[in-house]
Design a protein around this ligand. Structure first.
Ligand SMILES: Nc1nc2c(c(=O)[nH]1)N(C=O)[C@@H](CNc1ccc(C(=O)N[C@@H](CCC(=O)O)C(=O)O)cc1)CN2
Ligand SMILES: Nc1ncnc2c1ncn2[C@@H]1O[C@H](COP(=O)(O)OP(=O)(O)OP(=O)(O)O)[C@@H](O)[C@H]1O
Length: 218
């Protein structure tokens, strides 16, 4: 439908994302995502996981942020089972100080959860188990749509863009963290309108493969 499955070879989409507003595109893809039967969500998410888990960028990352999927989002949590003991998994938590920024809090067998204001489970924030965004090696980001340049459309809160805005400053010379979108192939669209605050993804993994963007600003 909307997708241009750009991994590997680029196919033209039947509907250009540019003909829809961001809000219309969000609604259309969210509907398609929520309509996937659970076994299909799991099957496609497994495939997306396999396209990433063997790569050095995953195996060499010590601090990895995942997210807990809601409403049919692709599920990256299988990656947790594929980590080795020296790797640590973090989850996003809405900053208790506001500002629409994310904290990253350790997820282990002792982690206690609560629902945030979007009804998404998140670890109870504790400074001892939090890690600053710039000290995470690999962030698996949720997304609604991504285009072939790595522009990401999210749920519309601007959380990831605000949290990783430091990556847009060339003087930071910050390759870290590596931002990898996690999605279904139908979320990959030809083109999204770019906003000045957008922080491009470094890569995306989906059921149709792993795709690295040439978006190095630094
Ligand atoms: N699984 C998951 N966790 C995540 C994100 C995400 O996209 N997916 N986020 C990515 O930034 C952050 C939360 N951002 C969000 C931004 C807006 C809405 C939202 O609009 N939700 C409702 C409507 C609003 C409401 O309930 O008050 C909706 O689903 O329609 C949800 C999450 C952090 N954690
Ligand atoms: N670095 C920033 N500084 C200030 N405002 C920002 C910044 N990044 C995003 N915003 C604001 O956040 C709002 C939502 O942005 P956008 O629609 O790009 O969110 P999104 O990427 O879809 O959401 P999310 O990252 O939460 O999944 C915009 O109105 C924008 O003004």
């Amino acid at each position: 439908m909307l997708a241009s499955y750009f991994s590997g070879k680029i196919k033209m989409p039947t509907t250009s994302a540019l003909t829809l507003t961001n809000q219309q595109l969000r609604l259309a893809i969210r509907k398609q995502r929520a309509a996937l039967p659970p076994h299909e969500q799991q099957h496609l998410s497994h495939k997306a996981t396999r396209h990433l888990s063997g790569r050095a960028l995953f195996r060499n990352a010590r601090y990895i942020a995942l997210y807990l999927p809601v409403k049919g989002e692709a599920d990256p949590t299988f990656l947790r089972k594929l980590t080795h003991p020296r790797q640590q998994i973090y989850l996003p938590v809405l900053s208790p100080f506001g500002g629409a920024r994310l904290w990253f809090v350790l997820w282990n067998e002792h982690t206690r959860f609560r629902l945030n204001r979007f009804q998404i489970p998140e670890p109870l924030p504790h400074w001892r188990y939090s890690r600053p965004a710039r000290w995470i090696d690999l962030v698996i980001t949720p997304l609604v749509a991504v285009d072939k340049h790595g522009s990401r459309l999210g749920m519309g809160g601007g959380f990831y863009d605000r949290t990783f805005s430091f990556k847009r400053i060339p003087a930071n010379n910050s390759r870290r963290p590596y931002l990898c979108g996690f999605a279904y192939a139908f979320q990959q669209v030809e083109s999204l309108p770019q906003q000045p605050w957008d922080v491009p993804l470094d890569a995306v993994t989906s059921d149709c493969g792993f795709f690295q963007f040439n978006t190095r600003l630094y």
